[in-house]
Design a protein around this ligand. Structure first.
Ligand code: C2E
Ligand code: CA
Ligand code: CA
Ligand code: CA
Length: 287
């Protein structure tokens, strides 16, 4: 037996120590959950820093499990990738994001929301149907391709002719690609050259603490150096940037000083229900 909490003894079962779900259990559960419609998307605002205008959203999946309640993505995405269930799940995320973005476009017009970004796992890129899935999601929703931005985690974008070809085909559809968590991977720079990337998202780890320290000190300069370097690189390569994980106004100020114009983070808007994004767009349309 093993002690859990204070005075609560539970019998040890194999796999109990593993994070949240064992793969085998998860496989069946995910399949069932997909069919049961337990996955939902939240949307986090991507905003123009100068005036806080909502210009895009990132789609973030949530699992409303009947017994476990709300399950965050980090508790099931890795296992979904290992079991391959990320493929049907990712297809749902892609289709739902396109459907919702097209609905916002129809309601608020072309000037309101420029882009919607689902996350795409590398496992999906290896699925032979991926490009067809993207094409179908666009066609079925009526969303213009340039309003879809696929977020790829750079460390997950493996090299190899297959992935490269898929990304070029997706690019050929007019869809844009963003490198997520930029700066944390091992081969950021070569990826920028190898793939048709339109956007980089400066990782939260470089935003954390960027506002700290006395201006002009070595410590402050070091914290800001990466953000500044990524900004220069993006300018040189004509890439858009989004600074991620912004949690306070001082970070906004600092990032703007370093040339960033677009950001995302709890300070600018938490991941929220589609209806709340709709309300923000309605407010913005009135202003
Ligand atoms: P990510 O793509 O880097 O997404 C950003 C994560 O940071 C989200 O967590 C978001 O809620 C959180 N975040 C945003 N602003 C802030 C902030 O100011 N402070 C802090 N502390 N956190 C912030 P979430 O929704 O839990 O997603 C975690 C990761 O799960 C995502 O990281 C992404 O890698 C993955 N993920 C989420 N949805 C999907 C999906 O539909 N498909 C795939 N393949 N992966 C997904
Ligand atoms: Ca992302
Ligand atoms: Ca990210
Ligand atoms: Ca991340």
């Amino acid at each position: 037996a093993k002690q859990r909490g204070k005075g609560n003894w539970v019998r040890y079962t194999p796999g109990m120590d593993r994070p949240v779900f064992a793969d085998a259990q998860l496989g069946g559960d995910l399949r069932r959950a997909l069919d049961a419609g337990e996955f939902r998307l939240l949307y986090q605002p991507i905003v123009r820093l100068a005036d806080r205008r909502l210009i895009g959203v990132e789609a973030l999946v949530r699992w409303h499990h009947p017994e476990r309640g709300l399950v965050p993505p980090l508790a099931f995405i890795p296992a979904a990738e290992r079991t391959g269930l990320i493929v049907p799940l990712g297809r749902f995320v892609l289709r739902e994001t396109c459907r919702q973005a097209a609905a916002w476009l129809a309601e608020f017009g072309t000037g309101a929301l420029q882009k919607a970004s689902p996350n795409v796992s590398v496992r999906q890129l290896h699925d032979p149907d991926f490009v067809d899935d993207v094409r179908a999601a666009l066609a079925d929703s009526g969303l213009p391709p340039d309003r879809l931005v696929l977020e790829l985690t750079e460390s997950a974008v493996l090299r190899g002719p297959r992935v490269s070809q898929v990304l070029h085909e997706v690019h050929g559809l007019g869809v844009r690609l963003a490198l997520d968590d930029f700066g944390t991977g091992e081969s950021s720079l070569s990826l920028l050259r190898a793939f048709p990337v339109a956007m980089v998202k400066l990782d939260k780890s470089f935003v954390d603490g960027i506002e700290l320290g006395e201006p002009g000190t070595v410590e402050t300069d070091a914290r800001q150096a990466v953000a500044r370097a990524v900004g220069h690189l993006a300018d040189a390569l004509r890439l858009e940037t989004v600074a991620e994980g912004i949690e306070n106004e001082d970070q906004v100020r600092q990032l703007r000083r370093l040339g960033y114009t677009v950001g995302q983070g709890y300070h600018l808007g938490r991941p929220m229900e589609a209806a709340q994004i709709t309300a923000l767009l309605a407010e913005q349309a009135k202003a």
